[in-house]
Design a binder for this molecule. Structure first.
Ligand code: RNT
Ligand code: ZN
Length: 415
């Protein structure tokens, strides 16, 4: 019996919160861990750098350079985070046999069999992403290209990715979220805005003309407002993606780095839930731009978690992390991001949403403010510690000792 936890449990009971239930729900909630934090989004299928208007900054030693290194690093990170996870893989992480090379329009499930093996051994689900960037054919537009051969190449790539996603779902026994994001856009004011969007729409129509099992693969479409070198126009804008998913029964995906700086995804979740059966999120942290900083236990992350939990639709929301920081220890980046988002979910599970909503409805705004502020000093830390203890994971900052050992013994030797 942990005294601090027992005291916290009693204190939360006073405001109508059952900490046992919160711990249980938190343990069941699946967060999708992105593989690309471990190697600065480089992947294994090409030698070129990262393109598409996204950017990692920093040159911290120890980047994973091979599938084995990346898998080892993922294992290390997962050993330090409590709760259930899926692993989110990009098409550029195909693993070829020695001397083999298959271009992206022709990749097959077999090129991902090592990821399947890895996931199955660890009881992880798998999510997937076409990679329409970091490729010679992605120097201009991709699915919205005016060059027919280029457009076709990327249509074939996404079709190949749907087959791989089905394979992931079959093998793991869990649905696979397949997210389409294209970097297509323009640096300067477009002469023609509707042309590329019409071609993107046509490409998507061609992709989905081939049937797939919607119970196994949840196709999501991610919008974006700008990218580096794509400051004036993106083809896959918010209106485009919301329109396309509504008309075609796909799932919208919001990345909280992909809006104007004063727009907040926490305010968008409820509206999308009212008009969609499912919703997907890329949880990240933008600092001044779509910088993809490591997720922290900050106000907007807590507000996103609050909206997820308060909606009562947690099971309809696919939660994935999406950040890439190359300036700090990459394992620690993963662990901080995963732990922070789970802390935010715990924070939300320990909030008396119903009571607060009733205060709002009865216009008792003073009392609502008082209680919301007092809630911030509640002993959530003791509940988090107990959750970690039950999950067999280090609760305190001591987890970082293990990362430092790993850095000394493994990462520092990668030169
Ligand atoms: C880019 C999008 C996209 C990527 C990943 C690697 O701005 O957020 O989701 O970060 O697919
Ligand atoms: Zn994203």
């Amino acid at each position: 019996m942990n005294k601090q936890y027992e005291a916290a449990k009693a204190r939360y009971a006073e405001i109508g919160i059952d900490t046992e239930k919160a711990i249980e729900q938190l343990g069941e909630t699946v967060i999708s861990m992105h593989c690309w934090q471990g190697d600065d989004v480089l992947g294994f299928d090409s030698e070129g750098g990262l393109s598409g208007g996204i950017q990692t900054t920093g040159n911290y030693p120890g980047r994973a350079r091979t599938p084995d290194e990346l898998m080892r690093d993922i294992d290390k990170a997962l050993s330090l985070v409590p709760g259930k996870h899926k692993l989110n893989v990009h098409a550029s992480y195909a693993i070829f046999d020695d001397g083999e090379f298959v271009d992206r329009d022709a990749i097959k499930p077999e090129h991902f069999s090592k990821w399947v093996e890895f996931a199955k051994e660890r009881g992880l689900g798998l999510d997937f992403n076409p990679t329409c960037f970091s490729h010679p054919k992605a120097e201009g537009m991709t699915l919205s290209s005016a060059k027919e051969d280029i457009r076709r190449f990327w249509v074939d790539h996404v079709k190949a990715c749907i087959r791989i996603s089905e394979y992931f779902a079959d093998e793991t026994g869990m649905p696979c979220v397949m997210n389409i994001w294209i970097p297509d856009g323009l640096k300067d004011t477009p002469a023609d805005r509707i042309g590329p969007r019409a071609r993107f729409k046509k490409s998507l129509d061609e992709i989905f003309a081939e049937p797939y099992d919607k119970n196994k693969v949840y196709v999501t479409l991610e919008s974006k407002v700008f990218g580096i070198g794509l400051e004036s126009y993106t083809v896959g804008s918010s209106e485009f993606t919301l329109g396309y998913v509504a008309a075609n029964g796909l799932v919208p995906l919001m990345d909280n780095g992909h809006y104007h700086p004063t727009e907040i995804v926490s305010d968008k979740i409820s509206s999308l839930l009212l008009f969609n059966n499912k919703l997907a999120l890329h949880i990240t942290r933008g600092v001044r731009w779509d910088s993809d900083h490591v997720v922290r236990f900050d106000d907007e992350t807590k507000e996103i978690a609050k909206e997820i939990v308060a909606s009562g639709r947690m099971n309809d929301i696919a939660m994935a992390l999406d950040f890439f920081d190359a300036s700090i220890n990459r394992i620690a980046a993963w662990v901080v991001g995963l732990r922070s988002f789970r802390k935010a979910l715990l924070w939300a599970l320990l909030t008396p949403h119903k009571a607060f909503a009733e205060l709002q409805d009865s216009e008792q705004f003073t009392k609502l403010m008082v209680l919301q502020e007092e809630l911030k000093m509640m002993p959530m830390g003791a509940v988090w510690d107990e959750f970690c203890r039950r999950a067999g994971t280090e609760a305190s900052e001591k987890w970082f000792d293990e990362v430092e050992d790993y850095e000394r013994n493994v990462l520092a030797k990668r030169v």
